[in-house]
Design a protein around this ligand. Structure first.
Ligand code: BES
Ligand code: MN
Ligand code: ZN
Length: 498
């Protein structure tokens, strides 16, 4: 889907669908919506009254144009209450409108810039939000589905943002450019986690990372089994040992020109399939475990966006990746693993594998000095129980960093909630035979996971994001599709840009 910008008048653009808007409680449309209403001889206002269109956020009124303007149809999208209006409402409204445009098989769409005329909302932020909402909301993972013969799926080819005021065009251009880079990164992360596990193996993830590095001028290093052994990445080797697809460790570095203002390290859990291992998951819990590499997908795609946006911050991405499978070589309950930092771990449950491979990656990050280390992981089912599929669980060793990550999430519409740490929970992980064990009872399991990881974070400011709930949806929501959501790519990009 191509997003273009055009100076001009929405009533004069030839296209299949024109998108205008209306705040809740407004009966007489103004601005560009008013101009379309006048061009339709007041028919739009008539229909708003007639069909009792209230302007509720994301509601849509569809109106034919009877050839009075070049566009075939007008979609009025509700923006909700004026007091509650901001970038998030723009993203949602743009997504609702583009979904309807798809349903009516539009190929070309013209839209006004929702909110551009409002005080406090700069044109660049509006353009970024419209672009993100449009591209995120227009996403579908349909490559393996046959199009019905009687209904060949039409893809939207072009969305034109139409603005009268020439002075705003440079700001709009900037917003569309960054919005496109960020939304494309999130959509790519969705694709990677939606692809079947037979295709996205550790080796394939490594290949994708290397290709990304070549295209975007990133430093890239891939460790195979032999190197992993030399580097004492034993947890990753042990978790991955039962798989026919051997483990890999991926490191990518974005290095800005000049001296970097800050150094950030992003770590992603890359379990390409989580069967549970010998502590085998029951079949109904194994479903969707292809998405257990959503953290890895998120940090890789974040770096792709960073490489295109070129901030003056150095960003390192670390991805431990393997499959948690069953064979004669499976690691066992009762095994004792020694992580890269020397800590020994008693295996209580082979299904608590994410924290093991992250232990090695965090140990590695702790050997360098970073201003922030963020790990992203589909770590615990307990996090879904605690925070539904609404909030990403946030934990860490540095309150200022935790606050900064949550604030970045809030700015982009990715909800995050902090879970507390407490020595009483850490005590649950005490082991009789090793320094700690990898799981205990089910109580506070998301916090147990976080406190386990803390043992490996070292002295760097560190935050752990548990995306078990938010990386995957069983029903679509605003601009998030059913399936993989790409969370938290946009938060991570925002955090680095800030
Ligand atoms: N990948 C799972 C967590 C998960 C569950 C993600 C559901 C997405 C949806 C993780 O490896 C796991 O199995 N965690 C266990 C930990 C337990 C054994 C301590 C869990 O949460 O049940
Ligand atoms: Mn598991
Ligand atoms: Zn897992």
């Amino acid at each position: 889907m191509d997003i273009q910008i055009q100076q001009g008048d929405l009533t004069r653009i030839a296209c299949d669908v024109v998108i205008v808007n209306l705040f809740a409680g407004v009966t007489e449309p103004g601005g560009a919506t008013g101009a379309v209403n006048r061009a339709l001889d007041g028919w739009l206002a008539d229909q708003i009254a007639d069909q009792r269109f209230t302007g509720k956020l994301n509601s849509i009124l569809e109106v034919p144009t009877f050839g009075k303007i070049p566009a075939k149809r007008v979609l009025v999208v509700g923006l909700g209450e004026r007091d509650a209006f901001g970038a998030e409402q723009i993203r949602q409204a743009a997504a609702a409108a583009i979904k309807r445009a798809k349903e009516v098989k539009a190929r070309t769409v013209a839209t006004l810039l929702h909110g551009a005329g409002l005080a406090g909302l700069p044109a660049e932020a509006c353009a970024r939000a419209v672009t993100e909402g449009t591209l995120l909301g227009g996403y579908a993972f349909a490559k393996y589905k046959r199009a019905p013969a009687d209904d060949p799926t039409t893809e939207i080819e072009r969305v034109v943002i139409v603005e009268r005021d020439a002075e705003k065009l440079p700001a709009i251009e900037a917003g569309v450019t960054s919005g496109r880079i960020i939304a494309e990164a999130a959509n790519l992360a969705r694709d990677l986690a939606n692809e079947p596990p037979d295709l996205i193996t550790p080796g394939e993830l490594a290949r994708i990372a290397r290709e990304m590095a070549e295209t975007h001028g990133l430093r890239c290093e891939i460790w195979d089994e032999q190197r992993l052994a030399e580097e004492r990445m034993r947890c990753l080797l042990m978790v991955g040992r039962a798989s026919a697809h051997p483990p890999r460790f991926i490191r990518l570095d974005y290095v800005p020109e000049g001296t970097p203002r800050k150094r950030v390290c992003l770590i992603g859990k890359g379990i390409c399939y989580d069967s549970g291992g010998l502590s085998l998951k029951p079949s109904e819990f194994m479903k969707h475990m292809k998405t257990d590499m959503a953290g890895a997908a998120a940090v890789l795609c974040t770096l792709r966006a960073i490489a295109r946006l070129k901030p003056d911050v150095a960003v390192t991405v670390l991805v431990p990746t393997c499959e948690n499978m069953v064979s004669g070589l499976s690691y066992k309950v009762d095994d004792i693993l020694r992580a890269r930092n020397g800590t020994t771990i008693e295996i209580d449950n082979t299904d608590a594998e994410g924290r093991l491979i992250l232990a090695d990656a965090l140990s590695l990050a702790a050997e360098e000095s970073f201003d922030a280390v963020l790990d992203v992981a589909t770590l615990t089912g307990g996090c879904i129980i605690a925070l539904a599929r609404v909030w990403t669980g946030v934990m860490g060793n540095n309150q200022a960093l935790i606050d900064a990550v949550i604030a970045a999430g809030a700015a982009v519409g990715e909800k995050m909630w902090q879970l507390p740490f407490d020595p009483e929970v850490r005590a649950l992980l005490d082991s009789d035979v090793a320094d700690l064990k990898n799981s205990a009872s089910r109580e506070g399991s998301a916090i147990q996971g976080g406190m386990f990881l803390q043992e490996f974070a070292g002295g760097n400011p560190w935050v752990h994001l548990d995306i078990a709930g938010t990386s995957y949806l069983d029903k679509p929501r605003a601009y998030e599709p059913k399936g993989s959501t790409g969370v938290p790519v946009r938060t991570l990009v925002e955090f680095v840009l800030r």
